[in-house]
Ligand binder design. Structure first.
Ligand code: FES
Length: 124
């Protein structure tokens, strides 16, 4: 069996094909609907697209809680459950609710197409 090396250009095309539309809603109500590549986190999708309301001070290491979001109720059960580290770090987030998640801990996949997240009033 032969393996065919794939060029970076081709890999980039494949990456673009595999995307999910994520709607980020700021506390003010301003909405941003963004195509985010699979494999990135919801936090990375926000940061790359300069969406206000997610700070991500630790860069996604689950060590700051400044990527806190509220996941739309209809999406809560569709996401993988929180790891203990995310649960612990959420204790430091502002105004935590039942649907609170750290967006750096949610990896985007095709299955998350249409995900809606709301940002809290502030991140600390
Ligand atoms: S970016 Fe720091 S906990 Fe998510």
């Amino acid at each position: 069996m032969y393996l065919i090396p794939l060029s970076n250009a081709f890999l980039n095309i494949l990456k673009k094909i595999s995307m999910a539309k994520i709607k980020y809603i700021e506390f003010s109500g301003a909405e941003h609907e963004i195509d985010v590549s699979s494999g990135l986190t919801v936090m990375e999708g926000a940061i790359k697209n300069k969406i206000p309301g997610i700070d991500a001070d630790c860069g996604g290491a689950c060590a700051c809680a400044t990527c806190h979001v509220y996941v739309a109720k209809e999406w809560i059960e569709k996401l993988p459950p929180k790891e203990d580290s995310e649960e612990d770090m959420l204790d430091f987030a502002f105004d935590v609710k039942d649907n609170s998640r750290l967006s750096c801990q949610i990896t985007v996949s095709d299955e998350l197409d249409g995900l809606v997240v709301n940002m809290p009033e502030k991140q600390f």
